[in-house]
Design a binder for this molecule. Structure first.
Ligand SMILES: *Cc1c(COP(=O)(O)O)cnc(C)c1O
Length: 467
């Protein structure tokens, strides 16, 4: 496909400006450009076709199944977009006097109360702009808490080996030493391993439950108790609340602090690089350390972002929570868990689940045996799915499973879609046994086949060379 600059034809226009009805004023010489800007010149029809063509080359939730594990690529109700697009919200200025933005403040207060109820927390900030940013903020709360008690020898944060990569990165960025503990064979925290690293130098533990292999840790109360007994605090990575929202609460599991990705579970589209919100909730005793916002004058507190964070993401989240309500929220979680278990049990018998037990909102396939037998890797299967119109699952994560494919179907998929997906997996399973070569070369029906992924991520060419 040609770039828009290559389609440009000199002198072609797509807009007709009204006649100027004021006296023209020349810009001062020093403010004028030396050369005219190099803008593409096209008709409106061709601009529209160009972007529609580009749009067709992208796979989104609106195009088809998108089971990207640990990302919650689910359908976001349009009503939440409509709420966030209301002018009263989009035109609000962060420096507007409080008395003129009562409605917007009420949105934040109501959402805070609802999400505190859902997580079992007492206070919450919406400043952080993403999940990782929320983790950073949450671990700083833990740090400030220990500092405030002059408990300064706590220099370690414990992170299980199944953790999302942002967890150890966060702990390190906050100046902590990261202590990795191995998982037990069932994918859960190994209690003995945990006990062996606990001591008066531990600031806290970061945990996801259900964890990244989609398993709810049955020892969670014991785990948080052990950490507390050692004087540490417990941080809950709630980036993905799809499995437990309205069913169990991190606060009741013994966690002191939690972040939520409003751009995963709470109706803001995720994955397009747009604005997000990593809301951070905490128990009463950590509230004094929450970031200060420009609207609440509280000197001495950390501030992790300007003003109130990405406000429109909060509007979507509130619209989502209010439309689902007390019955709808647990129902969404229950359906997310049901869909994941349904798809896992339909795929079983072909590709092998890494942990053969009831899963939560996602599950992991282990293709290492299949790869040994056929030479077809998890990457080959993922690439082949693209030819069938399915977005690949998350690959090679979590690191504790080799040849991993991690699927999260979400609650917004129908049984027909799940049946279709299971059939596609079965077809590929058989294709790998009869014709592995075809799979090594997949995808065959896309504009680009297999780019060098590291190079594409590390040194992308995003400038057009006019020469
Ligand atoms: C997505 C995710 C994160 C990071 O969230 P970002 O908004 O991408 O920074 C952290 N932990 C888990 C478990 C996640 O799934």
């Amino acid at each position: 496909m040609n770039l828009i600059f290559e389609k440009s034809v000199k002198g072609r226009r797509s807009c007709i400006l009204p006649k100027c009805d004021v006296e023209p004023v020349a810009l001062p010489e020093n403010l004028r450009r030396e050369t005219a800007p190099r803008l593409p010149e096209m008709s409106e029809t061709d601009v529209s076709r160009h972007y529609t063509e580009l749009n067709k080359q992208v796979h989104g939730v609106n195009c088809g199944f998108y089971p990207l594990g640990s990302c919650t690529m689910k359908y976001n109700p349009r009503i939440d977009e409509e709420a966030a697009a209301m002018e009263g919200f989009t035109n609000v200025h962060p420096l507007a006097p409080k008395s003129t933005v009562r409605g917007s403040l009420e949105v934040l207060d109501t959402l805070r109360a609802d999400l505190c109820e859902i997580t079992g927390m007492d206070g919450m900030t919406f400043q952080p702009a993403a999940g990782a940013h929320g983790e950073f903020t949450g671990v700083l709360l833990i740090k400030q808490y220990h500092d405030s008690r002059n408990d300064t020898k706590r220099c370690k944060i414990i992170v299980p080996d199944s953790a999302h990569g942002t967890n150890p990165a966060t702990a390190a960025m906050c100046g902590y030493q990261v202590v990795n503990i191995p998982s037990a064979p069932n994918g859960c925290v190994d209690l003995e391993a945990l006990k062996s690293v606990l001591g008066d130098d531990v600031a806290g533990l970061m945990l996801t439950n259900p964890n990244t292999v989609g398993i709810f840790d049955e020892n969670i109360l014991e785990i948080t108790k052990l950490v507390h007994e050692a004087g540490g605090l417990c941080y809950y990575d709630g980036a993905n609340l799809n499995a437990i929202m309205g069913v169990v609460r991190p606060g009741d599991m013994g966690f002191d602090c939690v972040h939520l990705n409003l751009h995963k579970t709470f109706a803001t589209p995720h994955g397009g690089g747009g604005p997000g919100a990593g809301a951070v909730g905490c128990k009463e005793f950590l509230k004094p350390f929450l970031p200060h916002s420009a609207m609440m004058e509280m000197p001495g507190r950390i501030q992790v972002r300007a003003f109130m964070g990405n406000f429109l993401v909060c509007v979507r989240a509130l619209a989502y929570v209010m439309t689902l309500g007390r019955e709808g929220i647990p129902e969404a979680s229950t359906n997310a868990v049901l869909n994941a278990n349904y798809l896992m049990s339909r795929i079983k018998g072909t590709f092998t689940p890494a942990f053969d037990r009831i899963c939560m909102h996602e599950f992991v396939l282990d293709l290492s045996q299949y790869e040994k037998e056929t030479g077809v890797s998890a990457l080959d299967v993922a690439k082949s799915l693209i030819d069938w119109g399915m977005h690949p699952p998350t690959m090679y994560f979590p690191l504790i499973v080799h040849e991993a494919l991690m699927l999260e179907p979400t609650e917004t998929e129908s049984i027909e879609t799940l049946d279709w997906a299971a059939d596609v997996f079965r077809k590929l399973y058989e294709l790998g046994r009869t014709d592995p070569e075809t799979m090594h070369g997949a995808p065959h029906h896309t504009p680009i086949g297999r780019p060098d992924e590291v190079k594409a991520a590390r040194s992308p060419i995003v400038r057009y060379d006019f020469a």
